[in-house]
Design a binder for this molecule. Structure first.
Ligand code: PLP
Length: 396
């Protein structure tokens, strides 16, 4: 079977079909190629493959059929030409920076990004003279002011974690391009089911496949998506040489995840909306953060840029850390874990977990109060989730 032409089909079809080419065994579902290397008919064929004269697999550090099917499918869904799968979301960001930047280059990043991303920029890349300036996600003047002649890359997540702030991708893409920079968007929270950053001018999309792409909290993986021109030589070359590669087994799990991504994301959005509305009606809750609520500061922008508000809801309990911990501990069905994007609803206390490395002042600056709780709303029955939260709130 030959592969389908991605330009001819809608997202739902691509999610199920893109990138698949059947073997002679005529299997319906995608096989897992658990093999580290590939063999040749003869020495001449081996030489031709190594010289790049003939296409074909050599070694699974850089090409593997199962991983490749995942790459083609995710690229098709995001509307990008090329995808490079990586061993984790963090290695996707590392690969992008190591491949496309060199010592002396400068990054401007939103401060409201995944905590480990801040650590990667500050503690790892800085050792190689790649320095980062952090700005508030929605302060567009600060983005413009932070750009220097050395700036090569602007980096953001939208909606942000855990406060669900929404950035105008088109506006930041225009700013990046005025200065000859690349705009990199970590599309983890929305996934291509809800947001397509390339439509708004992004140059590179990053994924932690660990989250919604898997969707059931099983495997760690990541991806970089972009044009062939950007990814083909440098990014693929880095992967091939440095080796932060995705395992074929994980790629197969993510492939199965992509097939149900859109219906899962819709169900996450429906549950999250009901949860946000219910939380907002509770006396003990000072504030709810969810882009689907009309009082969210970027409600209109989120409606324009996203086809759903997502599965992450954060809220502030009155009574600070003590009250927040009490609520978390009193729940019965939520998982207390920092992971997100799972069928299982999870609860996180950002101030003492994902954001504990920030100083109290930095937390204040980024709006992460001691009473803040983040819910990654899963796919359990929403009435059960609300009832459980109701009895947990009664404990404070
Ligand atoms: C989890 C996460 C990452 C890192 O991904 P890993 O797969 O854990 O390495 C990057 N960005 C965001 C937004 C995340 O939530």
């Amino acid at each position: 079977m030959s592969k389908i032409d991605p330009s001819k089909y809608a997202l739902d079809t691509l999610a199920v079909r893109a990138g698949q080419s059947r073997t002679n065994e005529a299997e319906n579902s995608e096989p897992i190629f658990l093999t580290s290397s590939f063999v040749y008919q003869n020495a001449a064929e081996a030489a031709a493959r190594f010289a790049g004269d003939v296409p074909g697999n050599i070694y699974s550090r850089f090409t593997n059929p199962t991983v490749h099917t995942f790459e083609e499918r995710l690229a098709a869904m995001e509307g990008g030409e090329r995808c490079i799968a990586t061993s984790s979301g963090m290695s996707a960001i590392l690969t992008t920076c190591m491949a496309l930047l060199r010592g002396g280059d400068h990054i401007v990043s939103s401060l409201n990004v995944f905590g480990t991303t801040v650590g990667l920029f500050n503690n790892v890349l800085a050792k190689f003279n790649l320095n980062t300036t952090f700005v508030s996600l929605t302060d567009y003047a600060a983005w413009a002011n932070a750009i220097t002649p050395a700036t090569k890359l602007l980096f953001l997540e939208t909606p942000s974690n855990p406060l669900t702030e929404v950035a105008d991708i088109q506006r930041l893409a225009d700013l990046a391009h005025q200065h000859g920079c690349l705009l990199v968007v970590d599309n983890c929270f929305c996934t291509p089911a809800l947001q397509l950053p390339f439509k708004f001018g992004a140059d590179i999309v990053i994924h932690s496949a660990t989250k919604y792409l898997d969707g059931q909290g099983r495997c760690v993986g990541g991806a970089v998506i972009g044009s062939e021109a950007l990814l083909g030589e440098e990014v693929f070359g880095f992967l091939r040489t440095a080796g932060p590669s995705m395992s074929p087994f994980n790629a197969w799990v993510f492939l199965k995840g992509l097939e149900t991504l859109k219906i899962r994301m819709q169900a996450h959005c429906d549950n999250a909306m009901k949860m946000a509305e219910w939380l907002q009606s509770q006396d003990k809750i000072a504030r709810v953060y969810y882009p689907g609520l009309k009082n969210h500061p970027q409600y209109e922008l989120a409606r324009k840029q996203q086809s759903g508000a997502g599965g992450i809801v954060s809220f502030e309990v009155q009574g600070g850390r003590e009250a927040a911990w009490k609520v978390i501990d009193a729940t019965r069905i939520y998982s207390i874990t920092a992971n997100l994007g799972d069928t299982k609803s999870t609860l996180t206390h950002p101030a003492t977990t994902t954001h504990h490395k920030l100083t109290a002042e930095e937390r204040l600056q980024t709006g992460i109060s001691d009473g803040l709780i983040r819910i990654s709303v899963g796919l359990e029955d929403i009435n059960d989730l609300i009832e459980d939260m109701d009895q947990a709130l009664a404990s404070v």
